[in-house]
Design a protein around this ligand. Structure first.
Ligand SMILES: [Zn+2]
Length: 328
């Protein structure tokens, strides 16, 4: 398990690691991709370390070595068995039974729960008593990407710690440190595509999203110039992750609608599509636009839920609708 802090977490770290007495439970909340999990892992290593130095885990003691090998017996992670699913009551009960035993290393026990909002009402109830009066010296680190979904009973038993995204300046700096060949503009594009998260921007970069974006934008332009047909593009885009395509088309539909209402040029999104969106906005019939947006949102949900759909037919349907926005 790696345990490193990101540069934008220094202050947050000092406020938690510097506490004279640790709370029984912390709730780290903030937008996805702000580095909460890495922070919680590093904090767990610190809480388990037998001789922290300068408010950092020492890296040498037996606890630090067990942590590094991911075999520390007094660290537990409570997560859904499958991503996107709920945390099962049975998993919570197993955990509660485990933390009632004495610590194997004679120190603290740490439990990381991620994402806390994946606890159903039943799982949350099964955990409440332990959260309130933890056995021995157990410390809970709950991570939440969607704070408003959490039960008040869970929130009220934790010390709340917000973990915001870094500023654009700090994010760009960090991205350029990781990838020296990225230009400022590329960094800004990636960050915009990743809703401001430098960590998600890096994932997009690794997935070659800048090149995909260019391909899609140029495809849309060809579509309106009648240089490509919906079926040509559907074939050309067959390997592009559908969630990306649906995210972008949903955003574009929304930007066109907004521009149609406000004519505010500063609200046209990333530069690569501004001209196209501005051209479409006054020409696309409002009713058709709203209908297209509903269709996109509905199919985006299906894509996210991984409902099996024929990719080529789905993309062709999307592009036919999109093409119809510009009346001949
Ligand atoms: Zn140590």
């Amino acid at each position: 398990m790696s345990s490193n802090l990101y540069p934008w977490q220094t202050e947050l770290w000092q406020s938690l690691a510097g506490r004279s007495q640790q709370a029984h439970a912390y709730l780290l909340h903030g937008p996805a991709g702000s580095g909460k999990r890495a922070f919680a892992e590093h904090f767990a290593a610190f809480l388990l370390c037998k001789s922290p130095q300068q408010q950092q885990p020492c890296g040498h003691c037996s606890a630090c070595q067990l942590y590094a090998a991911d075999t520390h017996p007094d660290l537990a992670r409570l997560e859904p068995e499958e991503e996107g699913k709920g945390i099962l009551i049975a998993s919570v009960r197993d955990l509660v039974a485990k933390i009632l035993q004495t610590s194997q290393q004679g120190g603290r026990k740490v439990v990381i729960v991620e994402p806390a909002e994946a606890m159903t009402a039943g799982s949350a109830n099964a955990l409440l008593k332990s959260l309130e009066e933890p056995a021995g010296s157990t410390i809970f680190l709950l991570i939440s990407h969607q704070f408003s979904f959490l039960l008040p009973t869970i929130k009220s038993r934790c010390v709340l710690q917000s973990c915001p995204l870094p500023s654009e300046h700090v994010s760009v700096q960090w991205l350029q440190q990781q990838h020296a060949d990225l230009s400022l503009e590329q960094c800004q594009t990636l960050l915009a595509l990743a809703s401001g998260s430098p960590l998600n921007a890096q994932k997009l970069l690794n997935a070659d999203v800048l090149a995909i974006r260019e391909q899609v934008v140029s495809g849309v332009k060809q579509l309106f110039k009648q240089q490509s047909s919906p079926s040509d593009l559907a074939v050309a885009w067959a390997k592009i992750p559908q969630n990306l395509l649906f995210d972008w088309f949903c955003q574009w539909a929304q930007l066109i609608l907004r521009y149609k209402m406000t004519e505010d040029e500063s609200q046209l999104g990333l530069p690569d599509m501004q001209v196209v969106l501005k051209h479409l906005a006054p020409r696309a019939p409002l009713e058709l636009l709203l209908e297209t947006q509903n269709w996109l949102l509905e199919h985006r949900r299906k894509v996210l839920r991984r409902v099996p759909l024929r990719a080529d037919l789905l993309l062709e349907a999307l592009l036919l609708r999109w093409q119809a926005l510009l009346p001949r």
